[in-house]
Design a binder for this molecule. Structure first.
Ligand SMILES: [Mn+2]
Length: 448
C-alpha cells in the first residue's frame, strides 16, 4: 500500500518535472487540479493528500474559487480526532473548537487583529491626517508633542509619543473589570467602542533647534485640532489628549484649551511643583530659558489660562529649591493646593479623590500627568526621577475615581523610552493612563 502510493507520487513528480513548464488552474474551477497547457490533466490531489502539510493543515491551501471552497471547508471538521484517540478530555476540547471554529477562507481581517502587528497608533485607533483634512469630524484627538529641549535633567522625551504608542498595543477594546469604583458606570465601559470617535492624529512637528518656534508650532497644532468639529457633543470642540514631550508642552495645550473652553482647573499629577518662579529655574540664564518644564504652570497662571484657586497637585515629593518656603508660597499664589505623595499613606484613595473633586468643582478640568509621579521603581523611563512615588495602581485608581468631572483635555508627559526597561514598563503605565483619560471622556455614553 505504502509502496504503491510512493510509486504514484514518484510518477506524478516525474510528470511534473518532465512536463512543459507552465501550469494553469483547471478550467472547471471546482477542483484544485492543474492543467498543463497541453490540456492533459494532472491530478495534484494525489500529491497534496500525501504531504505532511496536508495531513497537518488539511484544506488550508485550497485555492480560493469562491463558494465552492467555502462549502468544502465547512464540510470538514477543523480539528480531526484520530480514531485511536481515547482521551475524552481532548475529544471534548476538539468538539468545542469544531463548534466554534474560525472558518477558512475568510477575508475579514478586522477580526484577525494582532495586538503586536501593524503600523502603531494609540490602541490601534484610526490614524487620521488631521492637519491636512480640516473637515474631519472627531470627538477625541490623540496627538504627540515630541519635544525635550526645555528640561533640567535627562532629555529623551521627544521619543515619548512613539514609546507610549508602543506601550498601548494591548489596548483598543474591551471592558475593564477594575475601571472605576465598584458600581461605577466605568465598569460597563469600553471607551474604544462607546460611540465617541477617537483618532490618532500623529505628532505635531516641533523643532529641536528653537524652543520659541517649537512651542509656537505646538500651539498652532493644538488650535488646529480644536478647530475640528465633534460628533457626539457637536456644540463643543473635540477634546485633545497630548502625548509628551517634556512637561513644557502642557503650557500650549492649556493655552488652546483656554481659548476654546475658558479658564480651566488643572489636576496636576507630578512629583515636582512645576509652578517654580522662572527666577529660580532658568530665568537667571536668559529670559527665554525661564520657560521650561519646571516653570510652565507659573506662566499658565500668569497668562490667565487656569483658574485662580481651584487647581491641585497630586504626588508632590521633590524638595523645594529656593530657600525657606518661597516655592510653596509661590505655588499657592499660582492657584494650587496639593496632596503630597506620603499623604497617600495616611488618607485613603477615596479621600484623595473626594478632595480633588471638591477642589476643582464643576468647571472645565484639564488633567496633566507627569509619569514621574509614579515611583521610580515602576517608571524609571522619565526625565527627573524621584523616589517614594505612587504605584501605578494608586495612580489609575485616583484617575478613574475622577469620573463625572468635565475633563476637556489631558496629557501624559516626561516618558523617556531610552531610560525605560526593556520590558517597556514606563511606557505601559503611560499608555494605561491615556486609557483612563479615554474612560473619563467617554463614560457618559453608558446609560445605566
Ligand atoms: Mn512635571
Amino acid at each position: 500500500m505504502i509502496s504503491s502510493s510512493l510509486l504514484q507520487t514518484a510518477l506524478v513528480l516525474g510528470n511534473l518535472l518532465t512536463a512543459s513548464s507552465r501550469f494553469v488552474p483547471a478550467s472547471d474551477g471546482k477542483t484544485s487540479s492543474f492543467q498543463r497547457e497541453s490540456d492533459e490533466l494532472l491530478e495534484m490531489d494525489v500529491l497534496r493528500q500525501n504531504s505532511l502539510m496536508h495531513q497537518l493543515y488539511g484544506d488550508l491551501l485550497v485555492s480560493n474559487n469562491g463558494e465552492d471552497v467555502l462549502s468544502k471547508a465547512n464540510s470538514q471538521p477543523f480539528i480531526k480526532v484520530h480514531p485511536d484517540e481515547t482521551d475524552e478530555e481532548f475529544k471534548g476540547m476538539c468538539s468545542f473548537y469544531n463548534e466554534n471554529r474560525r472558518e477558512y477562507p475568510n477575508d475579514d481581517f478586522y477580526d484577525d487583529l494582532l495586538q503586536y502587528a501593524g503600523i502603531v497608533t494609540f490602541g490601534h485607533t484610526e490614524f487620521s491626517q488631521c492637519f491636512k483634512n480640516a473637515s474631519l469630524e472627531m470627538d477625541i484627538a490623540i496627538v504627540g508633542a515630541p519635544f525635550d529641549t526645555a528640561v533640567s535633567y535627562r532629555p529623551g522625551a521627544r521619543f515619548g509619543p512613539n514609546g507610549i504608542r508602543q506601550g498601548s498595543r494591548r489596548l483598543g477594546n474591551g471592558i475593564s473589570p477594575v475601571r472605576g469604583f465598584p458600581g461605577s458606570k466605568l465598569r460597563k465601559l469600553d471607551p474604544f467602542n462607546s460611540g465617541y470617535k477617537i483618532v490618532d492624529c500623529g505628532d505635531i512637528p516641533m523643532t529641536p533647534f528653537d524652543n520659541k518656534v517649537a512651542l509656537n508650532q505646538l500651539y498652532r497644532g493644538q488650535r488646529a485640532l480644536h478647530n475640528h468639529s465633534a460628533l457626539v457633543h457637536n456644540d463643543k470642540p473635540p477634546r485633545i489628549i497630548t502625548l509628551g514631550g517634556d512637561h513644557t508642552i502642557t503650557l500650549m495645550a492649556l493655552r488652546s484649551a483656554y481659548e476654546n473652553f475658558g479658564k480651566v482647573s488643572v489636576i496636576h499629577f507630578d512629583s515636582h511643583l512645576d509652578t517654580w518662579d522662572p527666577k529660580i529655574i532658568g530665568g537667571n540664564i536668559s529670559k527665554r530659558a525661564g520657560l521650561n518644564h519646571g516653570t510652565f504652570l507659573h506662566f499658565a497662571h500668569e497668562n490667565g489660562y487656569i483658574e485662580d484657586d481651584t487647581n491641585i497637585h497630586v504626588g508632590i515629593r521633590a524638595p523645594y529649591i529656593a530657600p525657606g518656603f518661597y516655592d510653596e508660597d509661590h505655588d499657592f499664589e499660582c492657584g494650587f493646593d496639593k496632596i503630597v505623595a506620603r499623604d497617600l499613606d495616611i488618607i485613603s484613595l477615596k479621600e484623595v479623590v473626594s478632595d480633588i473633586k471638591k477642589r476643582v468643582g464643576n468647571g472645565p478640568v484639564y488633567i496633566s500627568v507627569d509619569i514621574d509621579v509614579v515611583d521610580v521603581a515602576s517608571a524609571p523611563g522619565t526625565g527627573t526621577p524621584e523616589t517614594g512615588g505612587l504605584s501605578s495602581r494608586e495612580l489609575l485608581t485616583i484617575l478613574d475615581g475622577l469620573e463625572g468631572l468635565n475633563v476637556i483635555g489631558a496629557d501624559i508627559v516626561e516618558v523617556l523610552p531610552a531610560f525605560d526597561t526593556n520590558a517597556d514598563i514606563t511606557a505601559l503605565i503611560a499608555a494605561q493612563v491615556v486609557d483612563s483619560f479615554l474612560g473619563l471622556m467617554t463614560v457618559d455614553s453608558v446609560k445605566n
